[in-house]
Write a protein that binds this ligand. Structure first.
Ligand SMILES: Cc1cc2nc3c(=O)[nH]c(=O)nc-3n(C[C@H](O)[C@H](O)[C@H](O)COP(=O)(O)OP(=O)(O)OC[C@H]3O[C@@H](n4cnc5c(N)ncnc54)[C@H](O)[C@@H]3O)c2cc1C
Length: 473
């Protein structure tokens, strides 16, 4: 049976595999699965499947492999590079993991949590908290994104500084291969040197090699104290000195340092109910968080003393220090609302860049210069995880410019900014992956030998190219 010529019969078979309650084919109920979070990528699909267990995923993949049907794994659909939505061919099937959302085990002595891939990140954080443990991955999309999506994009977020990217938080996974074979590596081992580390292949693979169905993740002691402050900083370059000094002064208890510039604060004030917490306007800000799992460390006074020293050194101009958890949450809300508010602009260009931490100011100033030269009316905004050298750099269309004129500059600005990133030995996709959006850059900025090896891996694991076809490679 050929899929294209017998589409109805083939789809009926897939519906039988998952059962009546576990698929969607009505147009009105499918729409949210077919468009990405940023409304940039719209696809077409005849069917959304919602398997409820690994065996069901295995049966779906083995069937799709036989009939060479392209499938798109989907988690919370918060990805920013178009990886989680189907193409416009109308042939690919979306497999949503949303019904595989059970936490299977929490081992407080082993500091691990074992779960299904469709668990929403926020629920995982909360489940860990209930047993006095912490799962540190934290992103602004945590109320919707799923662990399977986090693993498949190797998500970063605001706690990478202390705890690393998602890859560093994974001990084992269960994955279903394109031919339906189930690979079970659900071992909560910290040490396991028994040949190739197979799980690494699937972490950050954006659903192009298999479907992650379960995982064993690392937990940490729940911080007993947190101290949070928003600081205004005199210059861009002083943010880096500020970061080094804070590492020293805090005894390396700094868990987050998030940069944001004046435009970000202006955009928040102009477009949301959030307010500037300072009376004066500054050009540069850093949101910092100290945390410790010890009850006795006196973090609040450590933070206050550190800020006093930084002020004397001329590295901090002003600071708001939270005195309660709700105040700290309000400071974090400022930071976490920025991506959403910038993306509400009528037109914008965005870059998810990373460079060595010491070169972040150099990157922002070179990229700003390029934008000012090419697009005089544009507004530059930058924010990000400065402690990881990861900056989200935006060029926003101003009210006085028109969309066509603004977008006519896209190619020139993009090429120049990617060239700056390459010259600074950086990455053109620090956190968000490749998906569809960054495929051209992958070819331009990765070496031929790296691309060749990636293609060989893809061909070996997915010879019929059914897994998220057209994404990454
Ligand atoms: C407001 C906002 C803030 C964000 N902040 C950050 C941030 O700070 N850091 C960061 O890294 N990202 C960030 N992101 C991007 C996004 O949230 C992350 O990439 C997240 O990890 C995606 O998870 P998801 O479940 O939504 O995956 P999806 O968007 O559904 O999918 C992402 C990719 O993973 C694949 N996939 C999904 N589930 C599976 C699975 N079980 N098996 C195999 N492949 C799968 C998909 O095919 C797709 O290629 C942000 C996004 C938004 C909207």
């Amino acid at each position: 049976m050929n899929y294209k010529s017998h589409q109805k019969e083939v789809l009926d078979q897939l519906k039988l595999i998952v059962g009546q309650k576990n698929y969607e084919e009505e147009k009105s109920r499918m729409s949210s699965y077919l468009i990405d979070w940023g409304n940039k990528f719209q696809g077409v699909s005849p069917l959304i499947l919602k398997p409820v267990n690994t065996q069901m995923v295995s049966k779906i993949l083995s069937f799709c492999n036989e009939y060479k049907i392209g499938i798109v794994p989907q988690g919370g659909n918060t990805g920013l590079v178009g990886g989680s939505v189907p193409s416009d061919s109308g042939l690919e099937i979306v497999i949503s993991l949303e019904k595989m959302n059970k936490i299977l085990d929490i081992d407080t002595s082993n500091f691990t949590i074992t779960l299904e891939a469709g668990c929403i990140l926020l629920n995982v954080q909360e489940a860990a908290k209930k047993v006095d443990r912490m799962f540190p991955l934290s992103l602004a999309s945590e109320g919707s994104c799923q662990i399977g999506g986090n693993l498949s994009t190797n998500a970063g977020g605001t706690a990478v500084l202390k705890y690393g990217n998602t890859k560093e938080l994974v001990l084992g996974i269960e994955v279903v291969m394109p031919n339906g074979e189930i690979i079970n590596q659900l071992r909560g081992l910290r040490k396991d040197n028994t040949g190739y580390d197979i799980k690494q292949l699937f972490l950050g693979a954006e659903g192009t090699l298999g479907i992650i169905t379960k995982a064993v993740l690392k937990l940490f002691p729940l911080p007993k104290q947190k101290a949070t402050s928003l600081i205004s900083i005199p210059t861009l370059s002083s943010t880096i000195k500020l970061f080094s000094r804070l590492r020293e002064l805090s005894g390396d208890n700094i868990t987050a340092i998030e940069y944001m510039d004046r435009t970000c604060i202006d955009m928040l004030v102009e477009n949301t109910e959030l307010e500037d917490v300072f009376k004066s306007k500054y050009e540069h800000y850093a949101l910092i968080e100290f945390s410790s799992s010890s009850r006795d460390q006196g973090l609040q006074s450590l933070l206050e003393n550190s800020l006093g020293e930084l002020n004397e050194d001329g590295l901090a101009l002003d600071a708001v220090i939270s005195s309660s958890e709700s105040q700290a949450l309000n400071l974090w809300r400022l930071r976490e609302t920025i991506p959403e508010v910038l993306r509400r602009s009528e037109a914008f260009l965005t870059f998810d860049a990373s460079v060595p931490v010491s070169l972040v100011p150099e990157f922002i100033s070179q990229a700003t210069k390029v934008c000012n030269e090419i697009c005089k009316l544009g507004r530059v905004a930058s924010f990000g995880h400065i402690g990881d050298g990861n900056i989200h750099f935006y060029l926003l269309k101003s009210k006085n410019d028109d969309v066509d004129n603004f977008l006519s500059k896209k190619s020139e600005v993009t090429t120049k900014i990617y060239d700056i990133i390459a010259k600074l030995d950086g990455s053109f996709s620090a956190e968000h992956g490749i998906g569809v959006l960054k495929k051209p850059e992958l070819r331009l900025y990765k070496s031929d030998s790296e691309i060749k090896l990636m293609e060989q891996i893809k061909k070996t694991l997915d010879p019929n190219n059914i897994m998220n076809p057209g994404k990454v490679l």
